[in-house]
Design a protein around this ligand. Structure first.
Ligand code: NAP
Length: 253
């Protein structure tokens, strides 16, 4: 049974690690190619776009794929809709692996916004117009903040962003997982007034939220985009592996 894992996340890599040793499976992971030195999963890896939903449907047929797991990032909206389209055309079973979103707890000061444009608006008002902003929304989409010239941005991303970027910006090239002690020290060292994050979920990047709560720093949280209707969802890597197991049992009769 040939399984295609649409990746670019820790969960996708962990799923490939879990499935790869199984003799009944051939596992191919697909990466977009955005990161210059990606952590590669075991098994076969293909890199680069498919050419939309039609291109992915073609790829599924040409490579005799029996099941697809969309383990892309919750904010990678286009590839998820492409996967739903390709699966519908080819009748290849599709499962979405989505880590649950973060939930505010006691003492959190969160403002939820719909997108990066709204996040940029909120930066001007939240925390009394916080002047030192810790931006952890990734290197794409910084254009939404590029017009803000009266705030200092600390931008953390895996690779350097491309212009346009905010005029007053310090870049921190790093990749999770991050520790609570590290995040505490970072917020203090950079005198951060406000944190901006996507609701990515997961443990690897959650310590910044705890550190912000402890320091009384408000957090602007970008809400997740919608997911394609009708696609079953697994919340954990283990659940997704069990789904593959069930499909494999069905295929082998
Ligand atoms: P996106 O907007 O949903 O996708 C844009 C295009 O990139 C897709 O139409 C597809 O091109 C290609 N693509 C995306 N993911 C792919 C994959 N796994 N394999 C092959 N092609 C892929 O995606 P994005 O937000 O730019 O994210 C790109 C990748 O980075 C994803 O794999 C995602 O898991 C990872 N990532 C994203 C975020 C985020 O915040 N968005 C954060 C961490 C990691 P074609 O139409 O040509 O097939």
């Amino acid at each position: 049974m040939h399984v295609l894992v649409l990746g670019g996340t820790t969960e996708a890599r962990r799923l490939a690690e879990l499935l790869h040793p199984r003799p009944d499976l051939r596992v191919t992971s697909s990466l977009a190619g955005r990161v210059s030195a990606p952590r590669l999963p075991p098994g076969e890896v293909r890199i680069g776009g498919f050419g939309g939903a039609d291109g992915m449907a073609r790829w599924l047929r040409e490579h005799a794929v029996d099941a697809v797991i969309d383990a892309t990032h919750p904010f990678a909206e286009r590839i998820s809709f492409n996967a739903a389209g390709a699966a519908a055309t080819t009748h290849v079973p599709l499962l979405a692996l989505r880590r649950p979103g973060w939930v505010p707890g006691e003492g959190d000061d969160w403002r939820t916004v719909d997108d990066l444009r709204e996040a940029a608006e909120a930066v001007r008002t939240v925390g009394g117009g916080g002047r030192r902003v810790f931006l952890t929304t990734g290197r794409m989409g910084l254009a939404a903040f590029a017009h803000i010239d009266d705030a200092h941005f600390l931008v953390r991303s895996v690779d350097a962003p491309e212009p346009p970027t905010p005029p007053h910006m310090e870049l921190l090239l790093d990749r999770g997982p991050f520790t609570l002690d590290g995040e505490r020290a970072l917020l203090a060292r950079h005198r951060v007034d406000v944190l901006v994050t996507k609701d990515s979920g997961g443990a690897a990047t959650a310590p910044k939220l705890t550190a912000a709560r402890e320091a009384g720093i408000p957090v602007i949280v970008v809400r997740r985009p919608p997911t394609p209707a009708g696609v079953p969802v697994a919340a954990t890597v283990e659940e997704a592996a069990a789904w593959v197991q069930a499909r494999s049992a069905a295929v082998s009769g």
